[in-house]
Design a protein around this ligand. Structure first.
Ligand SMILES: CC(C)(COP(=O)(O)OP(=O)(O)OC[C@H]1O[C@@H](n2cnc3c(N)ncnc32)[C@H](O)[C@@H]1OP(=O)(O)O)[C@@H](O)C(=O)NCCC(=O)NCCS
Length: 177
C-alpha cells in the first residue's frame, strides 16, 4: 500500500497521477495532476507538509522529507516542489523549495531552507547546502554546489521536455492492463 495515513492525514492525489506500488507516501503529501512517483520513492509528510506540482516526476529511490516546526522556526521546513520538475534517481530533497521547470540530477542532495528558482539545472551529485538560493537560468554542479554557467536555450527547453516525457511514460504505465 503506497499511500499511508499518518495521524488521520492521508496523502491527496490529483487526476492522472501515477504512483508505483513499491513507493511509500505518508501523511500530509499532495500531488497535483499528472505527477508521477517511480519505484522505491519515500515521501514522508509526517512532521511537516510535502507538495508536488503538476506533471512533476520523482524518480526511483529518491527520498523526500521535511523538518518539524519549532519556536525558533515556526513554519519548520516543508518541502515544496513546483510544476514540470524532474527529480532524478536517488536524490535527497529535504525541507527545501523548488520552483517550476527544474531538473535535479541523479544523486543530488538539497538541504533545508534552500530555494531553487524556476528554470534551473542541477547536475548529478550536486550538494546544495542549507538556505542557499539558486538563480533562475543557471547550471549548478559540485559538492558544495558552484554556479557553473548560464543555461543554453536548448537546455531550458529540455527542462519542460523532460517533464513532458515523463507524463507520456506514466500514461503508458497507467494504460497497462
Ligand atoms: C552537468 C551536466 C548537465 C553536463 O553539463 P555540460 O556543461 O554539458 O558538461 P560537460 O560534459 O561539458 O562537462 C563540463 C565539465 O563539468 C564536469 N561535470 C559534468 N557533469 C558534472 C557534474 N554533475 N558534477 C560535477 N562536474 C560535472 C565535466 O567533467 C567537465 O569537467 P572538465 O571541464 O574538467 O572536463 C551533466 O553532466 C549532468 O549532471 N546531467 C544530469 C543528468 C541527470 O541526472 N538526469 C536526471 C536523470 S533522468
Amino acid at each position: 500500500m503506497a499511500l499511508r495515513t499518518y495521524q488521520s492525514i492521508a496523502p491527496k492525489t490529483g487526476s492522472g497521477c501515477y504512483i508505483d506500488a513499491s513507493s511509500v507516501i505518508v501523511g500530509d503529501v499532495h500531488l497535483d495532476d499528472d505527477a508521477s512517483i517511480w519505484p522505491l520513492v519515500a515521501a514522508r509528510g509526517d512532521v511537516n507538509r510535502i507538495r508536488i506540482g503538476a506533471r512533476t516526476n520523482i524518480q526511483d529511490g529518491t527520498v523526500l522529507h521535511v523538518t518539524r516546526r519549532s519556536t525558533q522556526n515556526p513554519d519548520g521546513h516543508p518541502l515544496v516542489i513546483g510544476d514540470d520538475v524532474t527529480v532524478g534517481h536517488k536524490c535527497m530533497l529535504h525541507g527545501c523549495q523548488l520552483g517550476n521547470r527544474i531538473l535535479v540530477g541523479m544523486g543530488a542532495i538539497i538541504m533545508d531552507g534552500a530555494i531553487v528558482e524556476d528554470d534551473v539545472f542541477i547536475g548529478a551529485g550536486t550538494l546544495v547546502p542549507p538556505n542557499k538560493r539558486l538563480e533562475s537560468g543557471f547550471l549548478y554542479v559540485g559538492n558544495p554546489m558552484q554556479k557553473k554557467r548560464p543555461l543554453k536555450e536548448s537546455e531550458i527547453a529540455f527542462l519542460k521536455q523532460s517533464a513532458i516525457n515523463y507524463v507520456q511514460l506514466k500514461d503508458e504505465y497507467l494504460a497497462q492492463p
